[in-house]
Write a protein that binds this ligand. Sequence first.
Ligand code: NAP
Length: 333
Amino acid sequence: MKAFIVKRYGKKEKLQLTEVAEPIVKENEVLVQVHAAGVNQLDSKVKNGEFKLILPYKAPFTLGHDVAGVVAKLGSRVTKFKVGDEVYARPADHRIGTFAEYISMNENDVALKPENISMEEASSIPLVGLTAWQALVEKANLKKGQKVFIQAGSGGVGTFAIQLAKHLGATVATTTSANNIDLVKSLGADIVIDYKKEDFETRLKDYDVVLNSQDTKTLEKSLRILKPNGKVISISGPPDVDFAKQIGAPWFVKLIMKILSSGIRKKAKRLRVNFSFLFMRAEGNQLSEITLLINAGIIKPVMDKVFPFEQTNEALAYVESGRSKGKVVVKVK
Ligand SMILES: NC(=O)c1ccc[n+]([C@@H]2O[C@H](COP(=O)([O-])OP(=O)(O)OC[C@H]3O[C@@H](n4cnc5c(N)ncnc54)[C@H](OP(=O)(O)O)[C@@H]3O)[C@@H](O)[C@H]2O)c1
């Protein structure tokens, strides 16, 4: 089958379109014929080698973390799906590879695709949807009437997280630049701050939750807009010890993460607020909950661009630019 592989790690390296063997389907796995694959910042970071410490993929390997497609084959112990089901997923770490014609994934990582959206739209959802879910529902336990600040409301994570937070009944503040103000308002954002003109710290105070996706300076400011016991959940680092435990990292990686996060943890403690790092994980059950919200029209995919499969490198470069509005997808079939 055709696949885009990382042959060598590096910022300047391009993915190579090549023929590889079809994946072997383990007993609890489903083989999915890929129709579309979502593109994420994580793909670039893995290709560049920035994640080698926590995700040591041995090159050559197939890249890609989001998929929508059709179940083509079942492992002998699969119970949740049948051949022909339309599904979507964020395959688990170490089982990635959606920039290909087929991928085999554990059935627990997969969910039925929402019925009211296309394959391209569906492939844009899993990674950012699960990130927003795990930050706002699982970690923050965001409740009706609470105030949440979601940075970069026009990005892949932001466009989903705003809609989810509004569904949960929260008041949502977000940052974006002038061009995307109408977009984030249309998704339900209550307070919109043009980050190029205004400093969010001067407008926002007594927040319950911040979803941080930007740099260290933004993270530090975010601590200061929280009410006592408020929570900042950062998806852009620094990684902490709990995360090292979650991935079963060796002692020296735990130590590195303890050191990396010590500054921000101390600052949070001084302000009597909570800091935690989130690295999202594959989770078919949560994705099934997301399917229900999309089927009900509560959450809608926000699409920027669909590239043909042959232009996967161009799609990756577009995402790397950091300017996309919503999601970028590659159409495989
Ligand atoms: N830890 C995890 O599990 C996890 C999961 C998903 C994503 N992430 C990380 O979270 C970050 C965001 O991911 P994403 O997929 O949402 O990225 P994305 O879709 O590429 O974000 C692009 C958007 O960010 C906006 N933006 C750029 N700089 C901004 C700033 N300083 N303030 C406010 N908005 C800004 C841009 O709007 P303008 O053009 O208007 O500037 C653009 O619409 C990335 O670093 C990604 O790697 C982590």
